[in-house]
Design a protein around this ligand. Structure first.
Ligand code: ADP
Ligand code: MG
Ligand code: MG
Length: 249
């Protein structure tokens, strides 16, 4: 699904990713953890194609295809989803109308007609029921006055509707309360399948009490320095990151 080799990237001539390797297969959930400033969000943004970064070496392949030259929209159309791509408030545009537009834009880019309204409604009903999202929420204005939990609910709903091949959830928010964590975890657990993959970026172990990842990676100073199974997250919770830094010396 995703294969990253020797990824090096900088911003304003400051080197941030320093030779990062990561392989994610369909059906897998990977957690990327690591101290603040390690480069986790940078990695997420670069996979999604955000243009503030300069990629100086390495390759990013999605399903065998090099995507590193593609624009963010093209990557999205190829099935890459990054949470918080649309954090803006759009008064007057409902959660539902926003996602309808996003879906039809994606179809248009693939040369397809708009999704028939009936199918769209059916999909909205199914996904919202799956995620236990109520009708009232769907008609709210996008992000207007949303609580942290509601923002997460909207993100997970977007993810459910767009059915990405690779979903990247960057839990940058320090203010993630337990409700928001549960919404994210519940969404990931319900939406994961043998055909898609999820990368959850977090620096809190507690999210991983709810999502059990197949692999946990530690990102430190621009590289993945340790990988393991879910038990690695517990070890990090207990011991912090310093022991890993010491192992590296
Ligand atoms: P993490 O998500 O692991 O906390 P980031 O990817 O946000 O780390 O940041 C990695 C490093 O890159 C940090 O030193 C941060 O200060 C720097 N950085 C990230 N974004 C920018 C930016 N837009 N301009 C300058 N420096 C940045
Ligand atoms: Mg940070
Ligand atoms: Mg971050």
């Amino acid at each position: 699904m995703l294969k990253i080799e020797n990824l090096q990237a900088s911003i304003d001539n400051k080197s941030i990713l320093k030779g990062l390797n990561l392989e994610v297969k369909a059906g897998e959930v990977h957690a990327i953890m690591g101290p603040n400033g390690a480069g986790k969000s940078t990695l997420a943004n670069i996979i999604a194609g955000k243009e503030d970064y300069e990629v100086t070496a390495g390759t990013i392949e999605l399903n065998g295809e090099d995507i590193s030259e593609l624009a963010p929209e093209e990557r999205a159309h190829n099935g890459v989803f990054l949470s918080f791509q649309y954090p803006v408030e759009i008064p007057g545009v409902s959660v539902t109308n926003f996602i309808k537009t996003a879906i039809n834009e994606t179809r248009k880019a693939k040369g397809l007609e708009d999704m028939p309204a009936k199918d769209m409604l059916k999909m909205i009903r199914e996904k919202s029921e799956l995620l236990e999202i109520d009708r009232k929420f769907l008609s709210r204005s996008l992000n207007e006055g949303f609580s942290g939990g509601e923002k997460k609910r909207n993100e997970i709903f977007q993810m459910a509707m767009l059915e990405p091949k690779l979903a990247i959830l960057d839990e940058t928010d320090s203010g993630l309360d337990i409700d928001a964590l549960r919404i994210v975890a519940n969404g990931v657990n319900k939406l994961k399948s043998k055909d898609n993959a999820v990368i959850v970026i977090t620096h809190y172990q507690r999210l991983l009490d709810y999502i059990v990842p197949d692999f946990v990676h530690v990102l430190h100073d621009g590289k993945i320095v340790k990988s393991g199974d879910a038990s690695l997250a517990l070890e990090l919770e207990e011991k912090g990151y310093d022991w890993i830094k010491q192992e590296l010396v």
